[in-house]
Design a protein around this ligand. Sequence first.
Ligand code: 15L
Length: 276
Amino acid sequence: MNREEAGGSLSTVLITGAAGGIGTLMRSRLARPGRVLRLLDIAPLEAGPGEEAVLASVTDLDALTEAGRGADAVIHLGGQSVEAPWERILEVNIDGTYKIFEAARRAGVPRVIFASSNHAVGFHSPDEYPLPDDTTPAPDTYYGVSKVTGEALGALYHHRYGLDVICIRILTCFPKPLDQRALSTWLSPDDCARLFEACLAAEKPGYRVVYGVSANTRGGWVSLDGARELGYEPQDDAEVFAAEIIAERGELAPDAPVLRRLGGSFTLPQYDADNL
Ligand code: 15L
């Protein structure tokens, strides 16, 4: 019997950053009869059927602990989703992620699914593709450093306190791919939800770091072995958008700067916290 069949074990899922890009896309997709989605954000949210709204920041440990009470899993999406000055990354992404794990421990939440990012390993290059699940960190930004740190915190909270922790290095999750790189890196919202469901349902996953990407024709940049072991099977392919994107934006040469590293524009010299 898996966790879903066990009944009740998936009944309350706390989602941080629920008003953000991925949170908004996941809300309807993760709704299930009998499941409560507890939506936490600093932006006010109106709870619909099967939802609870919590107005709180990932910087508030007491509020996070309270929000975690009775939850079966946390999906941690909250925080800064692009590069920012170090102080902001430190407060919201690094200390904020520490507080998520600590709140989960204090509240007795057994599982945390952490939205890591390809930018944790953004400086790896095409000659290394497909990057394996255990790729050495190569963060391309302070933002990427915060994702490596979040993965490390996840390992600590697994090994020391026994939490199940799955870190998903999400590639590019938007309603549709917007540029040529995304034809390789797109994670469709439906596939993203499939991956979260696999993470919620997996029996005793322990500690894992996996990639999150769709079955893109131009993909193969990262391994999907770890995600598949959890039961994820991607169904979508960015190629259906290829003609439209190339007609709009022209076709890049394979050695275009934005295609030379996994992290794309985040790896370019001008994409620097000093220039923000
Ligand atoms: C991310 O981690 C970012 O949050 C998102 O804005 C995109 O840049 C994405 O990675 C990507 O690499 O496409």
